[in-house]
Design a protein around this ligand. Structure first.
Ligand code: ZN
Length: 361
C-alpha cells in the first residue's frame, strides 16, 4: 500500500475514509438556539486536497473490530451511538416537534441525582442526556457510520506505524478528544486519539503519550487516562478559566492521580496568545514526554488554534504549526497524528500540511 510513496523525507501516509463525510451536523443547539455547525463534511475535502498537493500518499482506512474501541469506551456508550438515531426516528419526537436529530433536553448530573442511583431512562429523549453531555453534538442518520469510520482511520494509522512508517496521519472526522469513557460531546462521538493510544499500547509500546495541540483542552482523552501511568496526556489550549470550552476542566492543577500521578500536563494559554508562547508550550510538552521515556506518540492535531479559526481566540500561524510538527517529530518515536478540530475551510488544509511536513522530517 505504501509502494507509491514519494521519495521526500517529509512524506507521511494519510489515512481516510469516505464514510467520514456521512455525519452532517447542522442546527447544533447552542444556548438554546439552533446554529449552523462548523464541523462540516467539507473539512475532509479541504485536508485531502492539501495533503495530496503536498505529495503525501493517501490510503483508505481498513476495517477493524471493536476490541480496542471497547477498551476506551463503555460498551453502553458505543451501543447507544450505534442505535439511538434509529430509535429516535421510531419514537414520536420527529412527528411531534419535527426534530430528526438526537438532542438531549435533560441531564442526570451528580447534583441532580443527589446520591440517588440513576436508572436507564426509558424515553429516548431522556436517555440522550445520559450519554450526551451538551446540546450542540447532535446524532443524525450518518453520525454513527462517520464516527466509526474515523476510529478505523486511527487504527489503520497505528497499523501503518507498526508496518514501519515513522509517522502516519489519520484524517478523522468527526473529531474525538472531548469524548470520555462513557459520554460524548463537544462535536465529538468516539475518542479516536484515545483509541490510537490504546492500540499503540496493544502493539507493545510500554509507554505512550498523547500530545494535544487542538485549541481546546481534550477533556475526554485526559479523563480516560487520568489514572493511568502507561499513557501520558499533555495539552496546550485556550484557558478554560478565561471562559472557554470545556469550561470545567483543563486547568494547570490537573496532573493525574493514582498510578497516573504526574502523567497529565495542562498548559492553558490566555486568549490572544500567538506563535511565540504557543510554540514554546508545544516544545515544553515534547520535552516533558521525552523525560517520561515515552516510546510512541499520538498527536491530537487540531488546527483550530489558528488565527483565522472561528472557534478559538488563539492566533497561531502555519509557521507555528510547522514549528510544532518539528518539535514533536524531533522526539523520534513512532507517531500517529489524529485530526481533531480546525474549522476555517480556506486555511484548514494548509495548516495540517504545514504540521505534517515538519512532523515527517
Ligand atoms: Zn478544538
Amino acid at each position: 500500500m505504501l509502494t507509491n510513496m514519494p521519495s521526500s523525507n517529509a512524506s507521511v501516509p494519510v489515512v481516510w475514509s469516505g464514510d467520514t463525510r456521512l455525519h452532517v451536523p447542522g442546527a447544533e443547539v447552542w444556548v438554546g438556539v439552533p446554529t449552523p455547525g462548523t464541523e462540516v463534511p467539507e473539512r475532509v475535502d479541504e485536508v485531502l486536497g492539501a495533503v495530496r498537493a503536498a505529495g503525501h500518499p493517501v490510503v483508505e482506512a481498513r476495517g477493524h473490530d471493536d476490541t480496542v474501541l471497547l477498551r476506551v469506551h463503555d460498551a453502553a456508550l458505543v451501543e447507544h451511538l450505534r442505535t439511538v438515531h434509529d430509535e429516535w426516528m421510531a419514537s414520536e419526537i420527529p412527528e411531534l416537534v419535527g426534530q430528526r436529530k438526537v438532542v438531549p433536553y435533560a441531564f442526570p448530573t451528580e447534583a441532580m441525582l443527589g446520591g440517588l442511583p440513576a436508572h436507564r431512562a426509558v424515553a429516548v429523549h431522556a436517555r440522550a442526556g445520559q450519554f450526551g453531555y451538551d446540546t450542540m453534538t447532535l446524532v443524525g442518520a450518518g453520525t454513527w457510520a462517520a464516527a466509526r469510520a474515523a476510529v478505523d482511520c486511527a487504527l489503520t494509522a497505528v497499523d501503518l506505524v507498526g508496518e514501519g512508517a515513522q509517522v502516519a496521519y489519520a484524517l478523522c472526522r468527526p473529531p474525538g478528544h472531548h469524548v470520555t469513557r462513557a459520554a460524548y460531546g463537544g462535536s465529538c462521538y468516539l475518542n479516536n486519539a484515545a483509541v490510537a493510544a490504546e492500540a499503540l499500547r496493544a502493539a507493545g509500546h510500554e509507554r505512550v503519550a498523547v500530545i494535544d495541540v487542538d485549541a481546546h483542552h481534550g477533556n475526554g482523552t485526559a479523563a480516560i487516562f487520568y489514572e493511568r501511568g502507561d499513557v501520558a496526556y499533555g495539552s496546550v489550549h485556550v484557558d478554560p478559566g478565561a471562559g472557554w470550552f470545556p469550561h470545567y476542566v483543563g486547568f494547570a492543577d490537573e496532573t493525574g492521580t493514582g498510578a497516573g500521578a504526574g502523567t497529565t500536563l495542562n498548559l492553558p494559554l490566555a486568549p490572544g496568545s500567538d506563535d511565540g508562547v504557543w510554540c514554546r508550550s508545544v516544545e515544553q510538552l515534547a520535552a516533558w514526554v521525552a523525560a517520561l521515556g515515552v516510546e510512541a506518540l499520538v498527536v491530537s492535531l487540531g488546527v483550530d488554534a489558528a488565527a483565522d479559526d472561528p472557534e478559538s481566540p488563539l492566533l497561531v500561524t502555519a509557521d507555528g504549526y510547522r514549528r510544532a510538527g518539528a518539535a514533536l517529530g524531533g522526539l523520534g518515536v513512532p507517531t500517529v497524528a489524529v485530526q481533531e478540530g480546525g474549522y476555517h475551510l480556506p486555511s484548514l488544509g494548509g495548516l495540517v500540511a504545514a504540521c505534517l511536513e515538519a512532523l515527517g522530517e
